[in-house]
Write a protein that binds this ligand. Structure first.
Ligand SMILES: [Zn+2]
Length: 320
């Protein structure tokens, strides 16, 4: 998931002085709801077999109802939310970035929004620092897809280079080629159109630092990409396996803690191909339940970690 169409975000280029002075105010300030506490949350660490996993907040956002689920009435949404005690309103969304230490490798899965987007976002660099992780210690950056809230944070706003100078950067070929197409902004859902040009610019800045990959590839032994196209053309989840333990880093395949699970066949405003997104979501849910794989959701309530259970003909997310 990403922010709604916000063309002004791309027009604002903070100067080096503004960034260094911390006085950069963004044109999009106030476009989304108030920040939540998770942006300041301490890193959340746990183990998956021999791997050490750290969840880090890049911040928060709150997306308007009509943008998230444009095809559903507020009565339908109220009915879906009822068991959770929530009522329709803006959808609060966390931005949970996953870091995996696997042997000598330190793998960052998605890179947040960076400082150019909105004041409640772009906290990853600070939270990496608080976790004692230097940017040049990252050996791999693996993108689930190229939407702004997953990709833009990889670019250093001071020099246009990568924030992670020693890392290999992995993106599915389908995803890279789609976003680099001239006129891509005319082919994305209206809800994400404002970010298309910015994504293209950043992919050009990354250039041949991007190592092309595809669903099914094992980036490292025990770390494989799982096809979940639909939210974007080349969306992948990242499946970590170590010994008998597993973890699925789900990107944006499952974004909302109630509706994505209870109504997996509802189309979402930000999905590039709604039918493919629904099919991917259902396939992933079935896999998570059948194989008992814990899930980290990029936008689920901080820190985004939990498990999926069957609930009638659908599912529910049970937070750890
Ligand atoms: Zn997202």
């Amino acid at each position: 998931m990403h922010v709604p169409q916000l063309p002004t975000a791309e027009l604002h280029h903070p100067t080096r002085r503004q960034i260094l002075a911390g006085t950069c105010t963004l044109a999009v300030a106030g476009a989304f709801g108030a920040p939540h506490a998770a942006a300041q949350a301490a890193p959340h660490r746990f183990r998956t077999g021999a791997a050490e996993v750290t969840l880090l907040s890049d911040g928060t956002m709150s997306a308007p109802l009509g943008w998230v689920l444009p095809d559903r009435s507020s009565a339908e949404i109220a009915d879906a939310l009822k068991p959770s005690g929530r009522t329709p309103g803006d959808f609060p969304l966390q931005v949970n970035v996953t870091l995996v230490r696997l042997g000598d490798a330190l793998i960052l899965i998605d890179a947040g929004s960076g400082p150019d987007f909105a004041p409640t976002r772009g906290k990853l660099a600070d939270n990496l620092d608080k976790a004692g992780i230097k940017p040049d210690a990252i050996t791999h950056v693996v993108f689930t897809h190229a939407h702004p809230d997953h990709l833009w944070g990889v670019i250093d706003p001071l020099d246009g280079g990568t924030m992670f100078p020693k890392a290999k950067h992995f993106l599915p070929a389908v995803e890279r080629d789609y976003w680099l197409k001239p006129g891509v902004e005319t082919t994305v859902p209206e809800a994400v159109r404002g970010g298309a040009i910015g994504t293209q610019r950043r992919l050009k800045e990354l250039g041949d630092r991007i190592e092309i990959t595809k669903a099914g590839t094992e980036i490292l032994p025990g770390l494989a990409l799982v096809d979940s196209a639909g939210h974007s053309p080349g969306h992948v989840c990242v499946h970590l396996r170590s010994g008998s333990d597993q973890l699925m880093i789900g990107g944006d395949a499952l974004t909302e803690p109630v509706i994505s699970f209870a109504r997996p066949d509802w189309p979402w405003g930000a999905d590039w191909d709604k039918d493919r997104a629904i099919a991917s979501r259902k396939r992933l849910l079935d896999m998570l339940v059948t194989d008992k794989i814990p899930l980290v959701g990029y936008h689920l309530p901080w820190p985004g970690l939990g498990r999926v259970e069957r609930a009638g003909t659908a599912y529910r997310f049970v937070q750890n």
